[in-house]
Every structure is written in C-alpha cells, then in structure tokens.
Ligand binder design. Structure first.
Ligand SMILES: [Fe+2]
Length: 415
C-alpha cells in the first residue's frame, strides 16, 4: 500500500514536469517548422517595372524602392564594408572590436574617398543598441550608404527586420528601401523579403540624364530545410542549409534589370547584384577557375590546397586556369550558400545585363572570378567581429566608369 502511494505520489510530482517537457519539445519542433521552409513554396506574384524622370534637377522613380545617386565626374567609387558583426556588448563598453571597426572604417574612408558606401550584411546581430551605433558611425561619413540584410542580422529577436528597416530609413544618407512588399517570405517569419531595392548611378546633363549602372540589392535570407530526396541525382555541396533566393525575388530582379534599359541613352545599362550570401554559381566558378588538383565537392581535399594560397600570392596568374588569369583572392573556407544549384546564375546569364555580383558572409573568402560573363566577388571582411584572418581585414572598392564598366579591388587596413 505504502509502495503504491509512493508510486502515485512520484507520478503526481513527475507528471507536470513531463508535460512541460512535451510542450517545450513540441513547441520547439513547431518553431523549427515555422521558421524554415522552402522559398519555392512562396506563391508566385506579379512584379512590375518602373519609370524614371527628371524633376527639379534630380532623377526620380515612380516607385519608392528605386533611388538614384549622381556621378559627378568620370568615376563613381563605392566602398564596401562586410560582416561588421558587432554586438551590443561591444559598443556599450570599451570592447576592442568596435573601437577597431571605427578606426578601420574611418581609415578606409579617408584612403578611398568613396562616393557611396555599401554594406553586405551581418552588420550586427539585430540588437537595437548595436545597430544604432553602427548606423550613426556610417552616417557620420556623410556619403550615401546602402545596406543589405545578412543571416546574422536577424539572429536576435530583440529587433525584427521591420524595426531595423525603420532605423535605416531614419538616417538621412541611408538609401535603404523595403522593396515592393509582395515578394513573399524569405525562409523565416523573422526575415520577410524586405530589403530588395535599387540604386541607380546616373549622369545628368542639363535636361537629359542616363543611368550608368544599376545596383540591385537583394535580401538573401538565412536558412531553410532542404529535402535531400528532392535532389536525387544532384551532388550536395557541404552540409549546411543556407537559403536560396525565392522566385519572386528573381522575377523582380529581372524586371528591375530590364526596366532600366530605357534609360541608358542608347547603350545597355549593366547591373550589379549586391547580397549577403553567395549564390551557388560561386561553387561552379571557383571549381572552373582555380588551379587546384582536387574536386571542389571534396571540401577537405580542396581546402587543404586552397588554404595554402595567400591573398598576396593569389594575384599571380599561375594560381588560375587558362581563361581565368584575371581572377584574384583566396578561398580559405567552404562556400556557405545553398548546397544545391539554385539556378540563380543561369537566371542572371539569361537576363543578360548583369555582369557583377558581390556578397559577404564568409570572412576568409575574398575571391573575384569572372565566370560565364559574370564577375562573382566575395568582399573583404571589415573589422574583427566574430572571426577573421588578421592580414585580410579591410574593404572592397568598386570603381564605376562613365561608360558603366566596373572594376573591383580589395583595400587592406594595413599601414
Ligand atoms: Fe553571414
């Protein structure tokens, strides 16, 4: 009897604990299911183009997510900062990483004298205090600046992307725009497909204007669940689950690239895609271009060779295969984008006018390879936030000429 009572009493006390554990585990499973889904499940929507006109000496669009900046001379210089990854604790005290970041960026700005600054994502971990301080610092340079979201920008639930959007838009020189708003979710309810927008570099001559180059900013999201059984026969690159762009974003990108062709003054208008995570084409490009005796899908074997090549050595054409001698930069870690071919490079090539992509995300990759007519770039890691190699910290400079052509170079934060 005593034994039975003890058993009942034991079950009585254990039951609430068991129930709480079941609820917690179920909740986690639901959370996981809600958070990550296939972007291909997003319902397809109609996307439309835009028109530009000259008004009071400025070029304006008929939609709020297309902005214009003016090229005054024969060149327009963009300085990119990548993966600052600053947390609130790092800006609240005397943390070294934020002080180092401020010194690095200030020194790069005085060295490069950019007409515009771009930020390829992972500025912070989504904490209000950190993002506010980073924005204030970038704004202090007094030039137009344009960020994209990275996967870590929505790590912390303290600030949704909508709240981050509001903060970006409160800064006078920040060109950020949410985008058309109907592009669907990007893999996560924390990461809606906002932050897709366009900045056109324009030349104005009296009552005439033309677009020299169009910059198309995309939110590359964060993660998704890949069902490997749906990719039977395809080789998986790496074990991670980074997201791919959804089809609405791609269709919208194409509309943007096509619309701007009306304003080239008789010449095609080239475009650059700027996003945080690499597209799958980066895997194909590095495999085609790097003079490495290994299979790119065999990541340990591949990296054991590529990690031996320093940034300085990478400028030597002997590290590149025939036809890719103009490439430079290193691959010291695996490519953390979609593990299966996302078809984005094919889509870009078919669109026909985009000749450049640049992204951030990997701190120790900074290669620049022109593959299938598209210059695919990793930008240089800026500051020491999260992880880095100390001799590969700096910025990336994109120089746009008045004929629209653009070149890329890395600038190190070294004396
Ligand atoms: Fe990232």
């Amino acid at each position: 009897m005593k034994e039975r009572l003890r058993l009942r009493w034991g079950i009585g006390r254990a039951l609430p604990v068991i129930l709480i554990m079941i609820v917690a585990l179920t909740g986690c499973a639901q959370e996981q299911q809600e958070e990550w889904f296939d972007p291909d499940d997003v319902p397809e929507v109609e996307v439309s183009g835009y028109t530009l006109s000259l008004s009071d000496g400025a070029v304006v669009a008929d939609v709020p997510y297309v902005r214009c900046v003016v090229m005054e001379g024969d060149e327009f210089t963009i300085l990119n900062f990548a993966d600052l990854q600053i947390g609130s604790s790092e800006v609240s005290g005397n943390a070294f990483s934020y002080r180092f970041l401020k010194t690095t960026t200030s020194s790069l700005v005085s060295k490069v004298k950019p007409d515009m600054i771009t930020l390829t994502g992972d500025q912070t971990y989504g904490q209000r205090f950190a993002l506010g301080r980073v924005c204030e610092h970038i704004e202090s340079f007094g030039v137009p600046w344009a960020p994209v979201y990275g996967n870590h920008d929505c790590d912390q639930l303290s600030m949704s992307l909508a709240q981050q959007s509001e903060m970006y838009r409160s800064f006078e020189h920040c060109l950020y725009a949410d985008g058309p708003g109907n592009l669907g979710l990007v893999q996560s309810r924390r990461s809606p497909a906002i932050g897709n927008y366009v900045v056109n570099i324009v030349k104005i001559d009296g009552d005439n204007f033309r677009v020299v180059r169009s910059l198309i900013f995309l939110n590359s999201g964060n993660y998704q669940n890949y069902d490997d059984s749906e990719h039977a026969g395809e080789q998986r690159y790496a074990g991670h689950n980074y997201a791919h762009l959804n089809r609405n974003q791609l269709n919208w990108y194409r509309q943007m690239a096509v619309s701007v062709q009306n304003y080239g003054g008789g010449s095609p208008v080239p475009s650059t895609i700027i996003l945080h995570m690499p597209i799958f084409g980066y895997v194909q490009a590095v495999s085609a271009a790097m003079n490495i005796d290994a299979d790119v899908y065999d990541i340990p074997a591949w990296l054991s060779r590529t990690q031996k090549i320093s940034l300085e050595e990478s400028y030597d054409s002997s590290y590149w295969k025939a036809g890719y001698e103009g490439s430079f930069g290193v691959m010291h870690e695996d490519i953390c984008g979609p593990p299966y071919d996302d078809g984005v490079l094919d889509f870009i090539v078919e669109t026909g006018t985009t000749d450049m992509v640049y992204c951030g995300h990997e701190h120790n990759n900074n290669f620049s390879i022109t593959y299938r007519g598209v210059n695919l770039n990793y930008t240089m890691k800026t500051g020491v936030g999260c992880y880095c190699e100390e001799d590969m910290i700096g910025g990336t400079v994109i120089t746009v000429a008045s004929d629209g052509s653009a070149t890329v170079r890395h600038v190190l934060d070294l004396p």
